[in-house]
Write a protein that binds this ligand. Sequence first.
Ligand code: FNR
Length: 375
Amino acid sequence: MNFPHLFSPLKVGPYQLRHRLVMAPLTRMRAARPSLAPRPLNAEYYAQRATQGGLIIAEASPVLATGFGNPGVPGIYTEQQVDGWRSVVNAVHAKGGVIFLQLWHVGRVSHSSFQPGGALPVAPSAVPISPDLKTMTADGKVVAYETPRALLTSEIPGIVEAFRQGARNAMAAGFDGVEIHGANGYLIEQFLQSRSNLRTDQYGGGIENRSRLLREITQAAIEVWGANRVGVRLSPYGVANDSGEADPMPLYTHAIQSLNPLGLAYLHFIEPRSSGAGRAEVDHQNVPSAMVLFRPVWKGILISAGGFTGDTADAAIAAGHADAIAFGRIFISNPDLPHRLQRGFPLTPYNRATFYGGEEKGYTDYPAYDEMAPA
Ligand code: FNR
């Protein structure tokens, strides 16, 4: 058997996992339209990846209609969406999988064509994403990002409440827990980082204030689920969506230390070397390792993701840098990834052209490895 550390059991919150290979949250833009509810195809996709007693973190799902920046992304704020997710969860549970839902708001990583009433996207401050980065409108035009509208202080409790309701909805759908998306330059990270947060109220300024929204949202999810079924995802040193704190160490040390006493199920990092992997093939060189830097700060279960192979995942766990490793891109093209790595079977390469949107092609048609097939 390969990778004995990766394939050793782990308890995450109340869940006894049979191994430490996690499916990373992956936006695939294949929800039903216009309901943005998961559909049977989505249930089939997740069930294919749930066969080996591991943890799946389902794709980022906006908690509000203002939280979208892409077409076909599933939501978690209407009854129809909850019903759709329930079918996904039931299919995963029938295969013995454990599944958390990632709760999302994109903030300024959007375009008015996705916003209710064609309004501007909302953000901590009216700071646009660099014009060097482009986005796509709802009807497929490539454009620069707009300058977002800064949220009023009085609107922020509504954002926190939407995450609380999203957490409740995830529970109603039968999920095993939720993950707060605090990574990749989306709303929560926009509040965390000084380049996107110029606020002068209690949500801006020093690191304590910039971390406040993350804490309030996490606390709201905990009030719904209990801390041991809530995880948080962060990407210190990441550069996705024009993010990046000039000096990440004090900010993230503070943010992580303030999460420590809560007793969360886990903290989940995206390694900076793979920051932006959703958009392009990246391998940022000479960047720090989030798990190595912050393992000493974080007192709970640590999951890391980003550019791992079976070898590097096993080594990271053996070295104590992480407790579990999440895989993204190669889980897309290998529905039976744990089985393949454990048995040393070859991996199917992924096709980036079918990552986002479409039907079964590049989604549910990647086969499991057939030991009996002629090579
Ligand atoms: C992603 N990633 C991502 N991250 C996240 O927190 N929520 C999400 O919904 C998505 N969506 C998404 C879609 C696609 C198609 C890709 C490729 C990536 C990032 C992902 O979870 C993971 O951190 C990176 O892919 C790096 O891991 P791998 O792919 O190197 O194993």
